[in-house]
Structures are given as structure tokens and as C-alpha cells.
Design a protein around this ligand. Structure first.
Ligand code: OOG
Ligand code: MG
Length: 262
């Protein structure tokens, strides 16, 4: 750790209030170029504690920057991990209020709920497959607090990996009914196809993203508890949306997740 507790707390407050007031800020590594990975995750943990302290429940874990399309779009090469809170969940088919957001983008994500705990190190795709209760399709609405979505990995980790809203929909399936690698995803905005991919876009296999999350937590003495909702990361690049847009994501064998932006 390179930053003291006061600085960590102050940066958490700075980033969380940018989220809650929907205004952008410059990336924090501009002012703190020496901050390290532990500092970045410590800031995210303080943001989580602030939300939980106000009564917001943490309802899921997210993997980000797990597809080559996302890594290329953002110019980075390592997955990152964050969390989602109860107030970020939006109903399928609902209007998402852009006035509460800075510059939202949508991502199509294969999501799961686990039935047993996963603990790294050494967690692998097979262990993850055995721990998945069911697979469910989702859309994440990311909204980096950094101006023009320009950040580096440490800045984006501290900013809870741009987590902002998410929609779960379609239909769930048992994992043995699906081939997660060949599972096709078609993302439509205002009736036009704007991106498509298969599950393998996410680290070769979406379960590999969950194994990476378990190994990341394992290195910090934590695990993924049974019954966790986990988002494995956008399969394609993220697509910018604004008020008036409608988004429809078709997931092979898992139905469609739809929403409007108001
Ligand atoms: C970081 C969050 C990335 C994903 O699914 O790849 C993410 C960002 O691109 O702002 O959630
Ligand atoms: Mg995402």
C-alpha cells in the first residue's frame, strides 16, 4: 500500500459522490501516480462499506474487462473485479433514467448464480462449472466517473469498475443445458444490430472469468460465497446510449433482455 488511510477514505468519498451526483472527475492516478493495486481495491472496499453503511445491500459481484473486445476498447490487458448494489438493479423492460448517469454505455453479459462457495487459489473452469446453479442473461449499464471514460486499471478499480446499473432478464437455464463458449449474443440498439459475439469472447470461456475472480479473492483471504450472483463481463465492446434509445440483447437459448433509456 502506498496511500495512507485518510487519503484512501478521501478518494472513496470523492469517487462515490461523483457517482451519486452524476458528475465526472479526472482519473485519480493523475494526482496519485504511485498508488498500487491494493490501494485501488481498498478504495473500492471503502465505497462498498459506505453503501452498506447506508443500508444498500451488495447483491452481486462483477468481472470486467474480460473480453478482448473490451480490453481493446479501453486499452488495457487485465480483468478487474467489482460489486453491484441493490439500487443498481433495474427491472427488465423498464425505463432507465439517464439524468442520474454521466455517459452510460451498455454491455451484454452472461451471468450466473452459484450454489456452492468458490475459493482460490487454483480455482479453474471445472470447479466453477460444478458450482454454478443456473445461468441468466444480463445487461450492465456502465458509467465511468472519469471524464470521457479515460482511465487506467488502478483508477477504474477504485471507481468500482464503472458499475452503475444492471438488468437481468430473459430466462435462466441449467449450465449443463448450454455451451457457454458457443452461446451467441446479439446486441441491438433502436432495432439495429450494433455488436455480436459468442461466450468464448470472455477469456475463452465465461467460467474462466469467475475462476479469475475466485483466485483474486483467494489471494486476499476471501471467497465467492454460495448463492452469489456474478456478472462475467461484456462479451462485446460497450455501446454508448442516451435518452430515447432502446436496447434489446438476444442471448442464444436464454431469451432477450430489453430496456429503454429515458
Ligand atoms: C470498466 C468496466 C468493464 C466489463 O464488463 O467489461 C466492465 C469500463 O469499461 O468502464 O464492466
Ligand atoms: Mg460489465
Amino acid at each position: 500500500m502506498k496511500l495512507d488511510n485518510n487519503t484512501l477514505a478521501q478518494l472513496a468519498e470523492h469517487l462515490e459522490s461523483a457517482e451519486l451526483k452524476a458528475h465526472d472527475v479526472t482519473k485519480i492516478t493523475d494526482e496519485y501516480p504511485d498508488m498500487d493495486w491494493d490501494d485501488a481495491y481498498a478504495i473500492q472496499d471503502i465505497i462498498r462499506a459506505r453503501k452498506e453503511g447506508r443500508g444498500n445491500k451488495t447483491v452481486g459481484l462483477k468481472c470486467g474487462l474480460t473480453s478482448y473486445a473490451k480490453m481493446k476498447q479501453m486499452g488495457v490487458d487485465t480483468p478487474v473485479f467489482g460489486f453491484v448494489s441493490d439500487y443498481m438493479a433495474c427491472a427488465e423492460g423498464s425505463d432507465i433514467r439517464t439524468a442520474e448517469l454521466i455517459h452510460p454505455k451498455v454491455e451484454a453479459e452472461i451471468c450466473v448464480v452459484t450454489k456452492s462457495a468458490l475459493k482460490g487459489p487454483g480455482c479453474h473452469v471445472g470447479a466453477v462449472m460444478a458450482a454454478i446453479d443456473f445461468v441468466i442473461p444480463g445487461v450492465e449499464i456502465i458509467d465511468s466517473r472519469y471524464r470521457d471514460f479515460k482511465f487506467d486499471l488502478k483508477s477504474v478499480i477504485a471507481d468500482n469498475t464503472s458499475a452503475s446499473r444492471f438488468v437481468i432478464g430473459g430466462r435462466s437455464r441449467r449450465v449443463d443445458e448450454l455451451d457457454l463458449r458457443t452461446l451467441g449474443v446479439v446486441l441491438e440498439k433502436n432495432g439495429q444490430i450494433v455488436a455480436m459475439a459468442a461466450g468464448a469472447a470472455v477469456m475463452g470461456h465465461p467460467a474462466a472469468a469467475i475462476a479469475a475472480l475466485a483466485n483474486h479473492l483467494g489471494a486476499r483471504g476471501q471467497e465467492i460465497p454460495a448463492g452469489s450472483f456474478i456478472m462475467t463481463g461484456g462479451v462485446t465492446e460497450a455501446i454508448a446510449v442516451q435518452a430515447g434509445d432502446s436496447v434489446n440483447v438476444r442471448f442464444q437459448d436464454l431469451g432477450t433482455v430489453a430496456m429503454r433509456f429515458a
